[in-house]
Each structure stands twice: as C-alpha cells, then as structure tokens.
Design a protein. Structure first.
Length: 318
C-alpha cells in the first residue's frame, strides 16, 4: 500500500480541485464543451496514477472522480445547478444523486425508518453472502470454456457474488446515506426503486434501476440531443454514453475486455426499441426483463472483471 500513498494523495487533491473549479464554472454557466473536459481529465489522471494498482482499486479510482465530473456536466445544464457553496459541497461530495435540485433548498428533517430498516436488512444479507462465499469458495480460472460445466459453475457463483456486492452497496450503504441526508433536511431519495418489480426494460432502466444514471444521461445527453436527432436516436446515444461509462468502470479497470460492456448497452438500446414495437402499450412482463438482463450478463461483466475485481473483493486480504 505504500506505493499507493502518493497516488491517493494526488487523487484526493484533484477531487478537491475539480469541485472548486466546477463550482465557479457552473456559477458562470460556461459552454458545455468546457465542462465536458472534466470527465476526460479525471479518467486520464486516475488511469495513469493507478496504472500499477490492483483492478478493484483502479475501478474505484476511475469511477469516483468520473461521476463527480459528470455532476459538473449535469449541474451546468440543470436549471437549479447554480447552488450556494454549502449546497454544492453536499451535491458534489455527499450523494450519488445527479439532481442538484435536492440541495437547492432545505426541507423539514425526516426520519424515514422504512429506508433505514430496508438498508440494514439488505446490508446484513449482503455481508452474510459475502462471508459465505469468502469461506466456501476459491478463486476461479481466468479463462473458462463457454457453456462447459466449469463455466456454468463459475457464473452461478459469480452471479451470487455480484448480488451480494450489490446488496451491500446499492441496497445497503446508498439507502443508509439517503436516510442520513433526509434526517438532515435534504430532499434526497433512493436511486434504486424496487427494480425487481419492473415489467419492461424501459421501466427497469428509466424508473427503477440507478436513477442517478438515468438523471445524468437524460440531462447530459438525451435532452440536448432530442431536437438534433429525434427521440429514438437520442435515447440510443444515451445508452451508448452509459456503455462508455461502464467500459471505463469495468474494462479499463482490468485493461481487458474492451467493447463488451458497450455491446451490452447497445443490445439493450436495441431491445428497448423492439420492446416498443413488439409489445406497443402492453408491458411484456418480468420474464422479459429478467431474460434480457441475465442472458447477456457475461458480456457486461466479462470474466476478466469478475476475476480481477469481484472475486478479488470477495477474497480481499484472505
């Protein structure tokens, strides 16, 4: 860890620098091309600072400044993006939400114990699954033949590993943070809203899974492009932006598997268009959503990422 000390210090300084410069640029409502420089710099800097770091650490180092940079991009377009400095600190550092409006004004303090209980239950279940996997599995080979017995076993365990990490982060720590913010009078809200209830891919991506990403792509990509290319192409290009961001988080972290996450999101962009054509106003149902998400999952989370990040986290320090 000693060799990571200086990269981490420099990385933290850059995060602070980015927040200060972003605050003043958003206040001035500068050209959107200027603020789009921040995501490029943040990725390039994190990549070279942590080039020798383990993939899981690289993933965090890449994602954190990138998402903070995207907050600057969104705030520069959002009608309530010009926050007072205290609101900007909260928006930039203390929530994953991309909607600056939640920090534009204070709300009555609220103790939402439903969020708290759900967060603690999911957190406990996730930690329990991680401990079970940690002490009852070993690492898997990097390369396994598709649809072989070892491949099926690999993915059966890996899906459980992905679910356990998601329970801890997406459905545990993030809602817990939402509870704390609401208790301080911030109008924060959960970004994962019972995604298992989705009856269509459109509903899953647009209204239930990671609303922070939905808000980000809608503000930064979809709305600005509607007049130029139309709703259909604006939606597809928004999916491509999501694919690019996942390329950075997944493939760039392990320096392998490039193009696969982008292919996954391109496929889902196509499936959303087919969904509207085939099912029209009728929702296809849960089976359609589950099949569309699970069957191409090895394209999104390729084996390089699963072994280099997911299983590394499960067995970290063992």
């Amino acid at each position: 860890m000693d060799r990571l000390l200086y990269p981490i210090v420099f990385w933290l300084i850059y995060l602070l620098f980015q927040s200060i410069i972003g605050y003043f640029l958003v206040k001035r409502r500068v050209s959107q091309w200027i603020v789009w420089v921040f995501p490029l710099i943040s990725v390039g800097l994190a990549h070279f600072l942590f080039i020798q770091a383990p993939p899981a650490i690289r993933m965090v180092a890449l994602i954190v400044p990138l998402l903070h940079a995207m907050k600057i991009v969104v705030a520069n377009l959002h009608p309530q993006g010009r926050l007072p400095w205290r609101g900007w600190i909260g928006y930039y550092f203390f929530t994953v939400n991309m909607n600056p409006a939640i920090f534009a004004s204070s709300k009555p303090k609220q103790l939402d114990f439903k969020i708290l209980v759900g967060a603690l239950l999911h957190l406990s279940l996730g930690v329990g699954l991680i401990l079970h996997l940690r002490y009852n599995t070993t690492t898997f080979p990097v390369s396994v033949s598709w649809f072989s017995a070892s491949w099926l076993s690999f993915w059966a365990y890996s899906i459980v590993a992905l679910v356990s990490l998601s329970l801890v982060l997406h459905f545990g720590l993030l809602p817990l943070n939402t509870f704390l913010l609401k208790s301080r009078g911030v109008a924060d809200y959960p970004v994962f809203k019972q995604p298992f209830r989705s009856k269509s891919i459109t509903e899953f991506w647009g209204r239930r899974w990671n609303l922070a990403f939905s808000e980000m792509t809608a503000t930064a990509m979809f709305k600005p492009l509607i007049r130029k290319v139309g709703v259909r192409w604006a939606g597809f290009l928004s999916f491509m932006l999501s694919g690019l961001l996942h390329e950075i988080a997944i493939s760039l972290s392990v320096m392998k598997g490039f193009g696969l996450p982008m292919l996954y999101f391109a496929l889902h962009g196509l499936l959303m268009q087919l969904e509207k054509r085939w099912f029209k106003k009728r929702k296809p149902g849960t089976w359609w959503v589950v099949a569309s998400l699970i069957f191409p999952l090895p394209i999104l989370f390729h084996t390089y990422f699963i072994n280099g990040v997911v299983w590394w986290l499960i067995h970290w320090g063992k």
